[in-house]
Ligand binder design. Structure first.
Ligand code: C2E
Ligand code: MG
Ligand code: MG
Ligand code: MG
Length: 280
């Protein structure tokens, strides 16, 4: 009986595995088609200066328009990374974001920045600096208006290889932000060496800081650290006025979150910025 159960559960396990592999292959195939058919779209979420409540930039967040629905990154980025397709998707995202940001400048939104998320895979395979420079050149965008978001996990594998690439881009004026800061590797030694310009405080701390003093202390410590290291900072996941006020009090410079706006399609983002009340 026990033996039988064991055999059965093994068979279930085996079938689950087969299903999972099958789904992955299917998704990989669909992603290839999605690239060919141009099914990706960038949404833009406002980056707000806390002192003035003005929108000063946006983060580009990718969506996959599939069968009339928008799929979120978590549903396809992992498979895109495993299959290597993220290199091509990421290159598209860089070019699309730079073109859009260049359009904002032409439309009078001077100095409006754009942030693009990078996958560690883009550093490992494919020539990231070349892709970035091409995106800048094609769009004519000022490199200072481009911010690239990386996570701490990037530092673990091959720090030198990554560092070289980051340096090449920083030299041209591109800015780097450490995304989800505080949740990962947090090797302060690397942080100092990587020429990042911004710490992006992870929303897991930000979202609970009003109710939870512990989280508030963490946020405050990250803000102080950014000040000592001469870095800018931005809090992500700001969902209410109280959190925004608390962040401002603690010396946080920028905020991003549903309190101001969710990520918006390009056209809606542009309207949103144009309609915002001007700073006095
Ligand atoms: P992220 O870069 O940390 O982006 C922040 C995520 O938080 C976004 O989810 C955004 O929609 C969400 N968010 C913003 N404000 C709030 C808020 O106030 N409350 C809550 N609960 N959530 C908020 P999204 O768009 O689903 O993106 C998830 C992740 O996917 C991103 O995390 C980023 O790591 C990755 N990603 C997005 N676009 C790209 C891309 O073009 N390339 C790569 N490689 N990764 C991307
Ligand atoms: Mg990000
Ligand atoms: Mg992230
Ligand atoms: Mg984040």
């Amino acid at each position: 009986r026990a033996k039988k159960d064991e055999q059965n559960s093994y068979r279930f396990f085996e079938n689950d595995m087969k299903d999972a592999i099958q789904r992955k292959l299917q998704l990989t195939h669909e992603l290839k088609t999605a690239i060919e058919l141009n099914q990706f779209e960038l949404f833009y979420q406002p980056k707000v200066e806390l002192a003035t409540n003005q929108i000063v930039g946006a983060e580009a967040l990718i969506r996959w328009k599939k069968d009339g629905n928008y799929l979120l990154p978590k549903e396809f980025i992992p498979v895109a990374e495993e299959s290597g397709l993220i290199v091509e998707i990421g290159r598209w995202a860089l070019e699309a974001a730079c073109l859009e940001c260049a359009r904002w400048q032409q439309a009078g939104l001077h100095g409006m920045t754009v942030a693009v998320n990078l996958s560690p895979v883009q550093f490992k395979r494919g020539s990231l600096p070349t892709h970035v420079f091409r995106a800048l050149q094609k769009s004519g965008l000022d490199p200072n208006l481009l911010e690239l978001e990386i996570t701490e996990s990037l530092f673990i594998d091959d720090p030198d290889h990554v560092k070289q690439q980051v340096h090449a881009m920083v030299e041209r004026g591109v800015n780097f932000a450490i995304d989800d800061f505080g949740t990962g590797y947090s090797n302060l030694n690397y942080l100092a060496k990587f020429n990042a310009s911004t710490l992006k405080i992870d929303m897991s701390f930000v979202r609970e800081m009003v109710q939870n003093p512990q989280q508030q202390h963490i946020v405050s410590a990250i803000i102080k650290m950014s000040q000592v290291m001469d870095l800018e900072n931005i809090a992500e996941g700001v969902e209410d006025a109280q959190t925004a006020a608390l962040l401002r009090e603690q010396g946080c410079i920028y905020g991003q979150g549903f309190y101001w706006s969710p990520p918006l399609p390009a056209g809606e983002f542009f309207q949103f910025v144009r309609d915002q009340p001007q700073a006095a």
